[in-house]
Design a protein around this ligand. Sequence first.
Ligand SMILES: NC(=O)c1ccc[n+]([C@@H]2O[C@H](COP(=O)([O-])OP(=O)(O)OC[C@H]3O[C@@H](n4cnc5c(N)ncnc54)[C@H](OP(=O)(O)O)[C@@H]3O)[C@@H](O)[C@H]2O)c1
Length: 333
Amino acid sequence: MEIRFGILGAGKIAQKFCEAANGIGVKLQAVASRDRSRALTFQERYGIATMYGSYGEMLADPDVDCVYVATPHGLHYEHMLACLRARKHVLCEKAFTLNRPQAEEVFAIARENGLFVMEAMWTRFLPAVQEACRSVKSGEIGSLISLEARFAFRSTNPPEDRLFNPALGGGALLDVGVYPITLANLVFGVPNRITAKARFTATGVDGTAKIVYDYPDAKAVLFASIEEDGGREAKIVGTEGVVRIPGFWATETATLCDLKGQPLRTITLPHRVNGMEYEIEETIRCIAEHRLESPIMPWSETLEILAQTDQIRSLWGFRYPGENQSIFVDLKR
Ligand SMILES: NC(=O)c1ccc[n+]([C@@H]2O[C@H](COP(=O)([O-])OP(=O)(O)OC[C@H]3O[C@@H](n4cnc5c(N)ncnc54)[C@H](OP(=O)(O)O)[C@@H]3O)[C@@H](O)[C@H]2O)c1
C-alpha cells in the first residue's frame, strides 16, 4: 500500500526524515513551510511532489495521507489537532506533546476519527536497541541492578532557539531527557519512585536534568543537558555483566561485557539509511493494516512517558506558558 507523506515544517529533523524516506523509496507527496521559498528549496532538494507556503494549504491537499509533524514540541499539540481535523494520519516527532493531557486529547480525536497516530521516538525501532533490550531481558547479563544513561551536550544556539525558548517547549528534559527515560522504561518498565533535580537557564527552561528512577530491585540514573557536554552513553549493569551502548538513542551497536569489562559479544545492526527508516516503515505497515496505533510505540507508552515528564516537572515546579497547575494534579505514584 502506498502511503503519501506530507512534511509539516522544513527544519533540521525533517531533512533526516526525507533522506530516510527517499532511501527506502517512500513517497514524499508534499512539504509545507511557513516560508514559501524554504518549502521550494526543500522540495527540490528531496524530490518532493508538491510544496506549500503554509501548513493549512498542505492539510487541504487530498493527496497527502499521513503528515510527519517536525515542528518544535511546544507546537505539536496544535499541529496534530490540525492534521486530525483535516483527516490525516500523523507521525509526530518527540516530545509528542508538552504534557499528558494534551496527548490524551490527541489520541481521543484520533480514535473518534479512525486515524493512525504515533510518536516518532525512533530509538524504539532501532534493531540494535531492540536486540540489546532482548538480551538483557533474557538474562544474558544476569539479574539487572542498574542503568545509567546520559544525553548531554552544550548547545551554542541563541536564547530564542527552540531549545531554550519556553514558548516552544524548550529545555533538556523534553528535548534529550526523553531518550534516557525511554531506555529506562524499555529495560525496567514504570518506576516506583522518581526524584529529580534541575538547573535552569536564564531563559527559564531546564538546561540540565538529573533524574533517578527507583524500582523494587534496581535503579536508573538519567542525565540530560543542553548546556554541558556530559556524556552520551548508556550502561546497563547486571549481576553477571554489563551492556554498554554508545550514543544509545541512535545506535547501531551495543557491547556485552563481563564484570571485569572484557567484551563478550558485540551487537552490530547497522541502519539501512540513517535509522529513521524503521519508524517510517512501521507507520506504513500500521496504516495499511488499519491500525490506529503501533504495538512498538503504543499510545499507552507515550502517555506513560509524558506522565513521568509531567511528574518530574511538578517536582521542579516548572510549567510551560499556558499550562495551568491542574496538569500536575493526579500525579501519584
Ligand atoms: N528524532 C530525532 O532524532 C530528533 C532530532 C532533532 C529534533 N527532533 C524533534 O523534532 C522537532 C523539530 O526539531 P528540529 O531540530 O528539526 O527543529 P528546527 O530545525 O528548529 O525545525 C523546526 C521547524 O518547525 C517549524 N516551525 C513552525 N513554527 C515555528 C516556530 N514558531 N519557531 C520555530 N520553528 C517553527 C519551522 O519550519 P518552517 O519555518 O519551515 O515552517 C522550523 O524549521 C522537535 O520536536 C525535536 O524534539 C527529533
